[in-house]
Design a protein. Structure first.
Length: 483
């Protein structure tokens, strides 16, 4: 059987410690670049077009995030399927899964673009978009929806490549996309040189252009470098999603997409509770959130890396390596996140001043938040590692249920029980309370071992996929996703 080939990385034979770190770092850098890009674009819009335009993009971005969350789930499912196929040296199976994911994502993107263009006014009204920002938000959102097929397809391709063990190519084209977006934003907003000024539409057009160029570039690169997942000749028929592949994508992808949506919904509820504490606390929380966004990145990147590596090893039957993959993932996550927390707390005044200026009272409130809640991201990161390993064998419903219970039941329950005695500190301490319970439950599921018994078979040369069902298997985890 063929191996991963050029561009891919065999994660079943390489030393776990070095391979995991080298695989996770490009993913972490991609996440950081994407967040920095969003922050800088917000600065362009806010400085050049004012608060109304910034509010418009904020409302549109909520809708975009929901779309990307769903596709992220499908992408993780395809990552797991591709990873398991690569692990057992079934490159044809990996290509088949990749083709089905691409075809499904393209059709989904077209549907989203058409429905989004038509339904954008209703979506903005549903979000209660301020009247002053409505017109700008509608223009911005409709341009973004035009680009949605390319954006979603690009995301799916990047995640598929990671499943094959290639984290370098996605980083290259994330750099391409971010660079184009950053350069074109001021040009198209202001109309520099011969380019006319497009205002808010220019900002959306810059993001759209970056997505299209990056997509064309990564496809050309895949074929120029002859990467393992490229489709040729009769293989192109796999772009029409096969029913068995669709079952995997939907059964595994939807719960993973819902995990992202659940975390976002919890954040919206938290903002509502914070707003009750007054403008000063809300401003401080906004600044703290900007910092916490970066604290989550090592956990998300390492979780994705652990999932991809574990999926290949599950496919190869190398269960002897799974425990060590988990251990190294937890260790790296604790080291990186712990270092970041230390740096953030050491230089908290300068960091918070970037967002709060010289507002001493707000900085003090934000500092208190960070002291009480920042360390909870160590626990959150360990939970994401355990979820990532279990996801590599197709177990996705239990992690979703754990998140729903802890983010809404435990966190909000802690807040309501302790608020009379702790006041606003109950909000910040609810973070470690929820994270501790998430880790305890994730650890219990992981150590119980039932998730290991799910056996998911993807077709090798047959058109039909048969599942080996174990009575102890996770009901929603009985297919072979590769992550």
């Amino acid at each position: 059987m063929a191996g991963p080939g050029q561009g891919g990385r065999d994660l079943t034979q390489a030393p776990i410690a070095s391979a995991l770190l080298l695989f996770a770092i490009p993913t972490l850098l991609s996440n950081i670049l994407q967040s920095l890009n969003g922050s800088i674009n917000a600065i362009w819009v806010g400085r050049f077009l004012g608060a109304q335009a910034l509010a418009a993009t904020a409302n549109a971005n909520i809708i975009m995030f929901l779309m990307f969350s769903v596709v992220f789930g499908f992408g993780m499912a395809s990552t797991v399927v591709i990873g398991q196929a690569v692990g057992r040296r079934d490159i044809e199976g990996a290509k088949r899964a990749f083709g089905s994911a691409i075809g499904f994502c393209w059709m989904l993107g077209i549907g989203v673009a058409v429905a989004g263009w038509i339904g954008a006014p209703a979506l903005l009204r549903l979000l209660a978009t301020p009247a002053q920002a409505y017109d700008m938000a509608l223009i911005y959102l409709r341009v973004i929806f035009i680009a949605m097929p390319a954006s979603l397809l690009g995301l799916m391709i990047m995640m598929g490549l990671r499943g094959s063990g290639d984290a370098r190519t996605p980083l290259i084209f994330m750099i391409v996309s971010v660079t184009i977006d950053l350069v074109l934003n001021p040009v198209l907003i202001l109309g520099l040189g011969p380019v006319p000024a497009f205002g808010i539409a220019g900002s959306a057009a810059a993001t759209a252009a970056a997505g299209f160029v990056s997509l064309i570039g990564v496809i050309a690169y895949i074929y120029a470098k002859d990467l393992p997942l490229r489709l040729r000749g009769r293989e192109l028929r796999w772009l029409w999603p096969a029913p068995d592949q669709l079952r995997v994508l939907i059964a595994k992808g939807l719960p993973m997409g819902l995990q992202m949506i659940v975390m976002s919904a919890s954040g919206l509820v938290m903002i509502g509770l914070v707003n009750r504490e007054g403008l000063l606390v809300t401003a401080a929380y906004g600044a703290a959130q900007q910092v916490w966004t970066y604290l989550q990145m090592p956990a998300m990147a390492m979780g994705a890396a652990v999932s991809a590596m574990a999926a290949q090893n599950v496919g190869a039957g190398r269960w002897d390596r799974i425990g060590r993959i988990t251990g190294y993932g937890v260790g790296y996550q604790l080291a990186i996140t712990g270092t970041m927390i230390g740096v953030i707390l050491l230089f908290h005044e300068a960091l918070l001043a970037l967002f709060l200026g010289s507002n001493r009272a707000a900085i003090d409130v934000a500092w208190n938040m960070q002291m009480l809640a920042s360390w909870s991201f160590l626990l959150f990161g360990c939970t994401m590692i355990l979820f990532g390993v279990m996801r590599a064998n197709g177990v996705v419903v239990k992690p979703l249920l754990i998140l729903v219970f802890t983010l809404f039941g435990v966190r909000l329950g802690f807040y309501h029980l302790t608020y009379p005695s702790l006041g606003a500190d109950a909000l910040w301490l609810s973070f470690p309370a929820g994270s501790a319970m998430s880790l305890a439950l994730a650890g219990a599921v992981y150590l119980h071992g039932g998730w290991r018994k799910a056996r998911l078979m993807t077709p090798v040369h047959e058109e039909e996929c048969r599942e080996t069902v174990n009575s102890d298997a996770e009901p929603a985890g009985r297919i072979a996703p590769v992550g």
